[in-house]
Design a protein. Structure first.
Length: 95
């Protein structure tokens, strides 16, 4: 039986979104992550520079891990699957 309450479509699959909307959602998600899980801006940019020069980057996605690199690189504990950039050690909270 229907309750009469209409829930908005969450459109969870990327194939159901236009690319502009999807990337806006991705950037908003990154911006809203807890600061303690994110690397600082200089390190983030250094990681992304490495990705930008990597042959495995395709349309913002790493073909080695399948991640969008802007999301993967912003998280302290993440590392490049080919060790081109490393995770920030837990003891070093300044990075
Ligand atoms: S995460 Fe590593 S392998 Fe993937 S695109 Fe970046 S540098 Fe290349």
């Amino acid at each position: 039986m229907e309750s009469g309450i209409k829930r908005p479509c969450r459109r969870c699959l990327t194939r159901d979104m236009d690319q502009k909307e999807y990337f806006e959602n991705l950037h908003a998600y990154i911006a809203n992550l807890e600061e303690e899980v994110k690397v600082n801006e200089p390190l983030y940019e250094r990681r992304l520079l490495v990705c930008k020069s990597c042959d495995l980057l395709y349309d913002g996605m790493c073909r080695a891990c399948g991640c969008y690199v802007e999301l993967r690189a912003v998280i302290k504990k993440n590392s490049c699957p080919y060790d081109k950039w490393m995770a920030v050690p837990v003891s070093d909270c300044s990075e």
